[in-house]
Design a protein around this ligand. Structure first.
Ligand code: CTP
Length: 397
């Protein structure tokens, strides 16, 4: 089942560490290569000898001993996935804050592979707002956080906080590996965010785009195994996952950067809210206040999506967005044809739940084969999943 897969298991100080023993056995039985990292306090619960015997690999605990230094960077690169099970309250807090006082945390912070976290603790600790805050931070970094189970806890109380069973973790890994293979070998280009068009050294023209939608698309592509380049306009949203992010400012910079990547990409998704016009000239000095009105001369920017449509080759799937406030369907379908794209994602600006800076979006996708796909208003991460699944379906036909 996991033949050839390299799995790094991090074990922290929790009574649930005994379940990690069974997890190692199941992983080895399924053909995986397993390396175990223990935090010092986890050795009070399970000895390293148990893990090294079962994993057939030396267990790593310290960043360095007298003789050698553990290369935490290479460990994170060696693994296809890192699982932290059990993840204690203390380790979760350090992961959320970026602390690094043991080998497990150093590997976590430098890991380029996806990380799955299985928390374990007593119910009161689980429910504490600080723990929930840490968990939401850890998820926001792109890690997969498994739910806890309800049942008998170490305290003797019954409640939430039990670590996911080893069999649940195996199931999650199965899904993860099949999910992560769907776009393996594909090269994706995404652009996102607004652009800033300078008026003078201190002012610019822009729009309300946050970049959230395009970033979620790039992250979803990476999760499904694509090699992703994201050309990102000015945005404060963090990008997680293994994504080659190139920051740009103006429409021209975005155009020049994208055009360089388009020929090499198999999936191209242009989600950026590129400015349509830019000042004809940029004031060298700050424009001083003078008359009651000020006229700015603007010139059209280059249309990146249209250019991509012109140079598109067989095998490339080109996807554009259409933000419309009226005649939505007609305008979106017009863009589909005029820009020679395979698919256009209509972003409804009229839905009360879906707004530029909100986390919610309501989309309809039209493809050039005449299909129309309608979706409910939902969080942008889910919308990204819908878009990518529709693209996969389109490419498979
Ligand atoms: N687009 C682009 N380059 C531009 C303008 C837009 O690549 N200079 C792309 C957007 O990224 C999006 C699509 O074109 O994928 C449609 O953008 P939208 O703003 O909806 O439409 P426009 O083509 O700009 O036309 P209009 O503003 O008149 O609706």
């Amino acid at each position: 089942m996991f033949s050839g897969k390299k799995i790094l298991l991090g074990v922290t100080g929790s009574i649930a560490a005994y379940k990690a023993i069974l997890l190692v056995r199941l992983l080895i039985k399924a053909g995986a290569e397993v390396k175990v990292i223990q935090t010092p306090s986890s050795r009070d619960f399970v000895s390293s000898l148990t893990f090294s015997t079962l994993s057939k690999n030396k267990v790593l605990t310290d960043l360095f001993d007298e003789a050698s230094w553990s290369n935490h960077v290479m460990l994170g690169r060696w693994a296809d996935v890192m699982i932290i099970a059990p993840a204690s309250c203390n380790t979760l807090s350090k992961m959320a804050g970026g602390q690094c006082d043991n080998l497990l945390l150093a590997v976590y912070l430098s890991a380029t592979c996806p990380v799955i976290v299985a928390p374990a603790m007593d119910e009161d600790m689980w429910r504490h707002p600080a723990t929930q805050f840490n968990l939401s931070k850890i998820s926001s970094y792109g890690n997969i956080v498994l739910p806890v189970n309800k049942g008998e806890l170490a305290s003797g109380l019954i409640g939430d906080g039990r670590m996911a069973e080893p069999e649940d973790i195996i199931r999650c890994l199965q899904n993860f590996f099949s999910y992560g293979n769907q776009l393996k070998g594909e090269i994706a280009l995404v652009n996102a965010g607004p652009t800033h068009e300078a008026i003078d050294p201190v002012r610019f023209i822009s729009n309300h785009s946050s970049g959230k939608m395009g970033i979620a698309i790039a992250e979803e592509l990476a999760k499904k195994g694509a090699s992703v380049t994201l050309v990102l306009g000015p945005s404060s949203i963090p990008v997680s996952g293994n994504i080659n992010t190139i920051k740009v400012t103006s429409a021209e910079e975005m155009y020049n950067t994208c055009v360089g990547y388009i020929p090499h990409a198999s999936i191209i998704i242009m989600a950026a809210a590129v400015a349509d016009y830019t000042p004809l000239t940029i004031g060298k000095e700050k424009i001083k206040k003078a008359d009651d009105t000020l006229v700015l001369d603007l010139k059209k920017t280059k249309d990146i999506l249209k250019e991509a449509g012109k140079i598109k080759k067989t095998g490339q799937t080109l996807v554009g967005f259409a933000l419309e406030t009226n005649n939505e369907k007609i305008n979106a379908q017009k863009k589909l044809v005029e820009k020679n794209v395979d698919m256009i994602v209509l972003n409804t600006h009229n839905d009360k739940n879906a707004a530029f800076k909100s986390g919610i979006n309501k989309i309809t996708i039209f493809d050039k084969r005449g299909n129309e796909y309608n979706f409910e208003a939902k969080p942008k991460k889910e919308v990204a999943r819908d878009i990518i699944n529709t693209i996969i379906q389109y490419r498979n036909v």
